[in-house]
Ligand binder design. Sequence first.
Ligand SMILES: Cc1cc2nc3c(=O)[nH]c(=O)nc-3n(C[C@H](O)[C@H](O)[C@H](O)COP(=O)(O)O)c2cc1C
Length: 227
Amino acid sequence: MDNNIDNLNTIASMYENKYRIYKEKYNTLKNKINSFKFTDNLIWRRAEKHFHPGHIDVSRVEQAIINAPSSYGLQPFKVLKITELTTKEKIKSACFNQSQITECHTLYIFCALRNLEERIEDFVKQTGFINKKKYMLEYIVNKSKVPDQVEWAKQQAYLALGFGLAAATEQKIASCPMEGFKPDELSKLLNLDNNLVPCVLFALGRKKDGYELEKRFRFKDIIESIN
Ligand SMILES: Cc1cc2nc3c(=O)[nH]c(=O)nc-3n(C[C@H](O)[C@H](O)[C@H](O)COP(=O)(O)O)c2cc1C
């Protein structure tokens, strides 16, 4: 009897070892599959003209927007979120009546901040990085004129948009970045604070159509080795 239990224990530990090895292999493979999700899904991503109605979970897209890098970490932008159809309808005319505005599930308006001095003050209050204040004021505010500061802030907003686009692609949420709108008209319709300069819209929703073949410059037209 004891002999039998010993034998069974030996067989069990043999299987346990095999289980451990396979579990490790499984995890490695699963991690690899997950890490390719974004690049694999790039073939699926298109700037959508139409969306299928229905709910989407935007939480990870918003996490990506918030966690995007920005120069000095200042995040000199605000992202306004619209889900109500009535609000979308209100602003559609300022967006050349593009269908994405009312068909999307969530519409974001990326706005650059005009008042960077105030943003720097808030940044120092939030982070406690008092040492950064001097450099930020010197290099962002004092060395450039306000229009250039707004352009700089817009660049940071676009980078956050890129992260949002990537996160949407990873999760197969259909999207469209949009510059086709009149910022002044949009600001007026939404009664936006003068500190906010709308620079790009980001529409998210469910995919409606299948994807078309990629139309792109070739790899060598874009990536050029200069070593
Ligand atoms: C900054 C930016 C602004 C854009 N604005 C609009 C827009 O207003 N309306 C639109 O339908 N597509 C817009 N697009 C989508 C582009 O037209 C689209 O990305 C391009 O034609 C390439 O197609 P693809 O993204 O489907 O590969 C914009 C894209 C970017 C990056």
